[in-house]
Write a protein that binds this ligand. Structure first.
Ligand SMILES: [Zn+2]
Length: 185
């Protein structure tokens, strides 16, 4: 999956979840925290492909990228539940040792972790699938039936899936606006 579709998928799923939780459970997040969260969802959604030097993020971190690919291979450890847990656990453990936890920092951590996981959700749409339970299970998982899976960077991705997720973001934003979750001054 290309970087733009990863961003669209992460944004679509996240905004839809926020809109639905707000609509049905009445839970809302402060505006500044939404901004911190969403920005880091987008950053987190890009990072797992650091294991591929030809990816958008890989080209910008070329030495680290080659090193990670050498260690784990592409769509390896950065595309797993375990790496997601580690990314969340490290700052959580760190913050448990300091007296005053910075709430803004924690929203950024939640955002980055969510984006990181959403990246694997995105790749699970493709024919290649994702070995989400590495290193415990090598099996690659998908979230779509066989006939609906697509190859990365093909017309199906750009003409169908990315627009669908963009539509999801628009619909969710509209729902949040109607619910008074977000307002345009
Ligand atoms: Zn990937």
């Amino acid at each position: 999956m290309t970087v733009s579709t990863h961003v669209a998928t992460a944004l679509g799923v996240t905004t839809a979840t926020m809109a639905l939780v707000n609509h049905f459970a009445g839970y809302s997040i402060q505006t500044e925290h939404i901004a911190q969260f969403i920005i880091f969802v987008l950053i987190g959604a890009v990072f797992p492909d650091i294991d591929e030097p030809e990816s958008w993020i890989g080209k910008r971190t070329i030495i680290i990228s080659h090193f990670i690919k050498f260690l784990f291979g592409h769509r390896g450890m950065t595309h797993t539940l375990l790496s997601t847990i580690i990314i969340l656990a490290v700052p959580m453990v760190y913050s448990s040792f300091i007296k005053e936890v910075d709430v803004h920092f924690m929203w950024m951590v939640y955002g980055f972790t969510t984006g990181w996981l959403m990246h694997s959700v995105g790749d699970a749409h493709t024919k290649g699938g994702v070995p989400i339970f590495l290193p415990f299970k090598k099996k690659k998982y998908h979230i779509l039936p066989k006939t609906m899976r697509f190859k990365t960077n093909t017309w199906v991705e750009h003409m169908i899936y990315a627009p669908l997720y963009n539509l999801m973001t628009l619909a969710s934003s509209y729902l949040m606006y109607v619910d008074g979750y977000i307002s345009i001054v």
